[in-house]
Design a protein around this ligand. Structure first.
Ligand code: SF4
Length: 382
């Protein structure tokens, strides 16, 4: 089931702030402070000294300022989570979940591509406030966090503000890996790549989509003329400055035939990239709008997928298959499959109950019910 990370879920219980604010969930009285938000379940008391109060149980007689009844759809919130509260809308946004291994920070909704299968269609409006919020939120996150993703929109459109954000991550969470999803075009001129490299972040990776070995086809998929050239120049600049790069190829009806040629192109020309991810389609956003044109059963591109994996693997590139359940892959491809779907949108189907591969299998996007592969079947061993 899809976890609700954002939306209306608060009911004010008295006087509230006039502006949105950010804080960290706590159930420990000793944690009280100006950035801490007390979470009370059941009949727990309401201590003073917190920024706000989320009450999942009975309402106190005299609730302190910024007390809210918390809706059941946000009952997953727990200690250490960082949230944004919008008092006027009664809305809450879970920016960071302490117990999740897949925290992603959306840094802008603007983008200079317009990909035919974009799961997060871009919006052209000033959303620079998002970075201000994140710069407040990051110091509240646990230094034990394994990885933080940065997504958009296109993060490189933020220019120096992206550098500011990555610097903040490196300073506040020095042991946390940072993975930035970018179309790479913003690094084509070299200045931004150099500034990113000069941060000397200890564990930074750029995930950059490349959808073909020829410019026309890539530019068609991302709906932007000249994008292929800029993306390739961006990749070269990042690697020149020592920033790690992962290539991402989303497999659908418009791309799968070019998969073997793409793999040969990478093996010949981009052998220095650090990882290649071949990814199943997420049926969200424009992928839903263009569903009839984009959908292909993964069973029907197994030959192209195997050829691409063999080419990349033979070239000693690290290659992974993302977003694809094991039962639709031939067994020789299983070692390359990764459980890659974020926990808040990960789902399994009835067939998965009792399946021998369930613990290794990454399952489905919750959105996958729109179309399903004819290869989905419980696997029994022996
Ligand atoms: S039946 Fe479910 S758990 Fe088993 S391989 Fe298929 S998707 Fe994975």
């Amino acid at each position: 089931m899809l976890l609700k990370l954002s939306g209306r879920g608060l009911r004010a219980l008295g006087e509230v702030s006039s502006r949105p604010f950010i804080g960290r969930i706590s159930t420990d009285v000793a944690q009280r402070g100006p950035n801490e938000i007390w979470l009370a379940r059941g009949g727990a008391g309401v201590p003073d000294g917190f920024r706000a109060y989320l009450l999942a149980g009975p309402r106190p007689v005299m609730p302190p300022r910024d007390s809210y009844a918390l809706g059941p759809e946000f009952s997953y919130l727990s200690d250490g989570d960082v949230i944004r509260i919008e008092p006027d809308r009664g809305a809450v946004h879970a920016i960071y979940r302490r117990n999740s291994r897949t925290n992603s920070l959306l840094v802008t909704e603007r983008c200079n591509n317009y990909c035919v299968m974009c799961s997060q269609p871009p919006k052209d409006r000033d959303d620079s406030w998002i970075i201000d919020d994140l710069l407040q939120a990051i110091p509240l996150m646990s230094p034990d966090t394994g990885e933080i993703g940065i997504t958009g929109g296109e993060p490189s459109l933020l220019g120096p503000r992206l550098i500011e954000l990555v610097r903040c991550l490196g300073q506040c969470l020095p042991a946390t890996a940072v993975h930035i999803l970018s179309n790479g075009r913003g690094f084509a001129t070299g200045d931004l790549a150099k500034a990113l490299a000069q941060l000397h972040h200890p564990d930074l990776m750029l995930g950059i989509p490349l959808y073909a070995d020829v410019p026309e086809h890539h530019d068609y998929v991302v709906q932007a003329r000249g994008a292929f050239d800029e993306t390739i120049r961006g990749i070269l600049n990042l690697k020149r400055h020592g920033v790690r790069v992962e290539l991402r190829f989303v497999m659908h009806a418009e791309t799968y035939e070019g998969l073997p040629a793409f793999a040969r192109f990478v093996a010949r020309n981009l052998l220095f990239v650090d990882h290649v991810a071949l990814m199943g389609l997420e049926l969200m956003g424009f992928a839903r709008t263009n569903l009839d044109a984009l959908w292909i059963d993964p069973l029907d591109y197994q030959r192209e997928l195997r050829e691409a994996v063999e080419t990349l693997h033979r070239a000693r590139l690290r290659v992974s298959i993302y977003n694809t359940p094991l039962c639709v892959l031939t067994p020789d491809l299983h070692p390359f499959a990764r459980a890659s779907i974020s926990d808040w949108k990960n789902a399994y189907m009835d067939e998965c109950d009792g399946c021998a591969l369930r613990t290794q299998c990454g399952g489905f996007f919750a959105s996958s019910t729109l179309r399903r592969s004819r290869g989905i079947a419980r696997v029994r061993l022996g």
